[in-house]
Design a protein around this ligand. Structure first.
Ligand SMILES: [Zn+2]
Length: 329
């Protein structure tokens, strides 16, 4: 989590050995270094309340003038909202840019239905290529290594909860790499990709890295590397849930999303004594978050997104969440 528990919730998910990251919500992201922002490939936005959406402008500001493609995901109406944000600025000079920046924006309408449109800097971010997408079971992104699934939750407005399932986790023994005279570098991404795509052992892999300003490269086969420097374990899983009332329908959806995950990031906005207020505002209490974490059988529960009205009671919020998770309350 990028910010403190009373500040905007932003989850920065970094990919080891790859220049890539994903962002869950894009409220205040000023704490994120420019080089980290430039790694972002996908931004998952739960809903368009300001504390979850405010700094998309800042991300764009950093990405302008670079040849990047960003994918954005949000609830129904999200494409309009992104378009409005883009339309707030003047783009008369962008045709002179040497590189293009493209946004592919998806909005989820149902577990099996979404809409996607694109916006390119060079055209002044006019909406184009709008198409209907058919989805399976809320899966909004699928790649060789992992998939991301969303559930539509009720926060008086639609609010998306997300789950990431890594298919397999490819660990790299750094010391064994070094023992072979190899160094880490972006080539490890190719190596991981070849493993995840179940390529043949004879598949050539070029290891390349920079040393004293010089590029060094070595040709090897996947088979040579597979047994020695790689260690494959079951994939990691996480769920990210914010801004949802404790209704029967939300409960079902959150439990589905969080079932058995390694890491469960869940809002714990209110103290238990304010459960009525929480329901009215469609937020979870710390205790409710703990109950959900317990029922979903998550391995680790990380309460997030505390209401600023309880800023003097951080420990109480944490205790209520932890006790419910342990089955004590
Ligand atoms: Zn919120």
């Amino acid at each position: 989590m990028l910010n403190g528990p009373f500040d905007d919730p932003v989850l920065f998910l970094d990919f080891l050995f790859e220049r890539r990251a994903m962002l869950f919500d894009v409220g205040s992201v000023r704490a994120l270094a420019t080089r980290k922002i430039l790694r972002i490939s996908d931004i998952f936005v739960s809903h368009a309340h300001m504390d979850h959406f405010n700094d998309l402008d800042w991300v764009l500001r950093i990405c302008l003038g670079r040849p990047l493609e960003l994918r954005l995901y949000g609830p129904a109406g999200f494409i309009d909202r992104v378009e409005h944000k883009l339309a707030a600025y003047t783009w008369n000079l962008v045709r002179n840019y040497e590189t293009d920046l493209t946004l592919h924006v998806m909005e989820l309408h149902a577990a099996n239905r979404a809409l996607r449109a694109s916006f390119r800097l060079r055209t002044g971010f006019e909406r184009e290529q709008q198409i209907q997408l058919e989805l399976r079971d809320g899966v909004i992104l699928r790649e060789a290594g992992f998939e991301v699934r969303a559930e539509i939750l009720d926060h008086a407005v639609p609010c998306l909860g997300f789950r990431v399932d890594e298919h397999r986790h490819v660990n790299i023994w750094k010391d064994r790499l070094e023992a072979r005279g190899l160094r880490v570098g972006p080539w490890l991404r190719t190596l991981k990709g070849a493993v995840l795509e179940d390529r043949d052992d004879s598949t050539p892999i070029t290891a390349a890295w920079k040393e004293d300003g010089e590029i060094i490269s070595r040709e090897m086969s996947l088979g040579e590397l597979r047994g020695d420097v790689l260690h494959i374990t079951p994939g990691q899983t996480l769920a990210y849930v914010v801004d949802a009332g404790y209704t029967p329908d939300n409960r079902d959806r959150i439990l589905r999303l969080a079932k058995g995950v390694d890491l469960f990031f869940c809002e714990a906005a209110f103290l238990d004594e304010e459960a009525d207020r929480a329901l009215e505002k469609r937020h979870l209490t710390a205790r409710q978050a703990g109950i959900l974490a317990r029922e979903a059988g998550v391995k680790r529960f990380i309460p997030i997104h505390f209401s600023p009205r309880h800023s003097d009671h951080e420990q109480t919020l944490r205790q209520e969440a932890a006790r419910a998770f342990e089955g004590l309350a």
